[in-house]
Design a protein around this ligand. Structure first.
Ligand code: MBD
Ligand code: FE
Length: 283
């Protein structure tokens, strides 16, 4: 160990937890009398998960909820939920009000998503960043299910709040997401006799100087899968919203809208404290 390394350095942490992980795995093997054939089967499965690029998908579906729970225990402000496998950093930076990047023929009902970002004490946070990402109406994520060259950062943006901490974004209502059936994660779910659907959702990271970054999602009340998310425990009551549908022909005409559209208002509250970057530096 060099002089600058402490027991809290990355290796120190690895050394601290690895033995325990091994103990847990070995106990699991003994308790369940895992056969050598089963062991080989599991190793081959993990190989396929890597080969098909599903490491994050598999882990996020089955275990990220526990990491979110323990890492955000006792946290103030808006409740968190998992990040999932489809976040892409460095999405286009846009100033509110704005329209999320989308294809010229983007399908799905238009959604106006607005709200205020506040601190724990109620103070509106001007210049906060709402980093948004979501699937399209068919449950497809840009850069993953839609090739990046076809639609770079489609339905992704980092939106900056205005002087009063408000944001207003025009996007599309996302569709439910089904984990691909042809991959190992989908095959595992099928073998377990479980469906592979997530209810439609909007993802966001909300950050502001001097506050702890919030990673969460919003879900829709009337979604077919709202009570049976394949990611068990990811949907939380206070994250379920019910956008207002606007379909009165006169109202549409007045607002220059061709088709019915939705509006959604949701405010975010950030825990006061140091942000992720400062926390990393301290550790
Ligand atoms: C998703 O869209 C998602 O958000 C998670 C957590 C897992 C699989 C697909
Ligand atoms: Fe998602």
């Amino acid at each position: 160990m060099s002089a600058t390394e402490t027991p809290h350095s990355k290796n120190g942490r690895l050394i601290e937890v690895f033995d325990n992980l091994l103990d847990t795995l070995r106990n699991f093997i003994r308790e369940n009398h895992v056969t050598h054939e089963e062991y080989r089967h599991a190793v081959a499965f993990l190989g396929k998960v890597g080969q098909k690029g599903e490491a994050s998908l598999l882990c996020d579906v089955f275990v990220e909820v526990s990491v979110d729970e323990i890492d955000n225990d006792g946290r103030a402000g808006t409740i968190t939920t998992i990040e999932g496998p489809f976040y892409v950093p460095d999405a286009p930076a846009l100033k509110s009000p704005c329209v999320l990047p989308q294809r010229s023929n983007e399908h799905g009902a238009i959604l106006f998503f607005s709200g205020t970002v506040r601190s724990e004490n109620g103070r509106p946070l001007a210049g906060a960043i709402l980093d948004l990402w979501q699937s399209d109406t068919n449950g497809r994520y840009s850069h993953f299910d839609i090739p990046e060259v076809e639609a770079p950062y489609n339905l992704r943006a980092r939106v900056t709040t205005d002087q009063s901490g408000k944001f207003e974004v025009q996007t599309r209502v996302p569709g439910p997401y089904e984990i691909p059936k042809h991959g190992p994660t989908g095959a595992l779910l099928a073998a377990l006799g479980r469906h592979a659907w997530r209810p439609a959702h909007l993802h966001m990271k909300v950050e502001s100087h001097g506050h702890r970054t919030l990673t969460t999602q919003l879900f829709f009340k009337h979604d077919r899968w709202i009570n049976s998310d394949v990611v068990q425990g990811a949907v939380k009551q206070s994250l379920i919203v019910d956008p207002i549908k606007h379909e009165d022909p006169n109202e549409l005409l007045r607002n220059g809208m061709r088709d019915p559209y939705y509006t959604l208002a949701y405010d975010f509250v950030l825990e006061t404290g140091i942000g992720e970057a400062a926390r990393d530096q301290r550790n």
